[in-house]
Write a protein that binds this ligand. Structure first.
Ligand SMILES: [Zn+2]
Ligand SMILES: [Zn+2]
Length: 343
């Protein structure tokens, strides 16, 4: 089968690769669309250590079932499906509590990190266990379905923040996850959601997908402006979707006493924590990782248009253009959001 193979760091090629077979409990999916994730771009040059060549990357995919493995029930050849990027074991301490994103034996499709190598969906076919499979409604395109993983990540962050109806929120960072988090918070009943970024074009996109209050500033300026708009009190919940020292600190300063700061971004592995502020203002610091059971909700919200993903797709391109898109994303060309490849 045709695949986009990372044969060496910074080197992608279209290669003929043996097609996977659907083992027991698995289905073979003919891939129709697969999004390039930020983590793929960070793996491509070796910096994350999670895409050790040779590897076929790609975990944000959708397609149709081409073959059914032994013991698979309830699915048939031709069904339109997507799948969770995370493979969980279903048996460990965390899986039994339903926290499958924290599985001790977690594997991610399209990742090769030394402990395991699991080829992904930048190829004509991928084999996945039925456990992580979801059926797609007819009105959801494959390209939109490739955005489900990111939408699930956003919904997870909102859910574990225990957002209540009518609360206010701030999303710092109007990138892919930030804009989906903003929409998820609004869809789940958040009255006022502010979005901040230093990039005006991203804020324009935020407005396009329903942002009502955007803040084109950062750091002390952002804190001053946000406090001005919230009677000096700050928001109930700040979602930090960047992960730098300055943005984490701004999130803390923008949150009202007793409120929650949900940390999603992690560009920097470490930041300075203003301990005294967190303690004396009794803030909750909440990390958020991947998703755990939010796929069905993400499917419903995207299919019903309550979360808009089409404006966040920069390009839909054939697999052969993969190497060029990876190098453009890697070079951090401005105004690129999601690029989807169609094998
Ligand atoms: Zn991803
Ligand atoms: Zn597990």
């Amino acid at each position: 089968m045709k695949s986009l193979l990372l044969s060496a760091y910074n080197h992608l090629e279209i290669a003929d690769f043996p097609a996977p077979v659907a083992g027991p409990g698995e289905v073979l999916v003919r891939v129709a669309a697969c999004g390039i994730c930020g983590s793929d771009v960070h793996g491509y040059d070796g910096s994350s250590g999670r895409r050790i060549p040779p590897i076929v990357m790609g975990h944000e995919a959708a397609g149709t079932i081409a073959a059914i493995g032994e013991g698979v029930k309830g699915y048939a050849v031709g069904d339109r499906v997507t799948f969770d990027s995370t493979l969980y074991c279903g048996a460990c301490f965390y899986c039994q509590r339903g926290e499958v994103n924290l599985c001790d034996n977690r594997q991610v499709i399209g990742v090769s990190c030394g402990d395991y190598r699991r080829h992904g969906a930048f190829a004509e076919y991928v084999a996945v266990p039925q456990r992580i499979l979801y059926r797609l409604p007819d009105n959801l395109s494959f390209a939109d379905a490739a955005m489900l993983e990111a939408a699930s990540v956003a919904l997870h962050a909102v859910r574990i923040s225990q957002l209540r109806d009518g609360e206010t929120a701030l999303v710092i960072g109007a990138g892919m996850i930030g804009l989906l988090t903003m929409q998820a918070a609004q869809a789940l009943g958040c009255e006022r959601v502010f979005v901040s970024d230093i990039d005006a074009s991203r804020l324009g996109l935020a407005t396009e997908v329903g942002a009502r209050e955007t803040l084109h500033c950062s750091g002390a300026e952002l804190v001053a402006e946000l406090l001005k708009r919230t009677e000096g009190r700050g928001v109930d919940i700040a979602f930090e979707a960047v992960g730098r020292n300055e943005t984490v600190n701004a999130a803390i300063d923008c949150t009202q006493k007793g409120g929650t700061v949900t940390l999603i971004g992690n560009i920097q592995p470490e930041v300075t924590l203003p301990l005294q502020k967190v303690v004396t203002r009794q803030l909750h610091l909440q990390g958020s990782c991947a998703s755990a059971g939010e796929y069905p909700q993400a499917i419903e919200l995207i299919a019903s248009g309550k979360i808009q993903v089409a404006p966040l797709i920069t390009a839909i391109a054939p697999l052969e253009e993969g190497p060029r898109w990876f190098s453009r994303l890697h070079a951090r060309e401005p105004n690129l959001m999601k690029v989807i490849l169609t094998p």
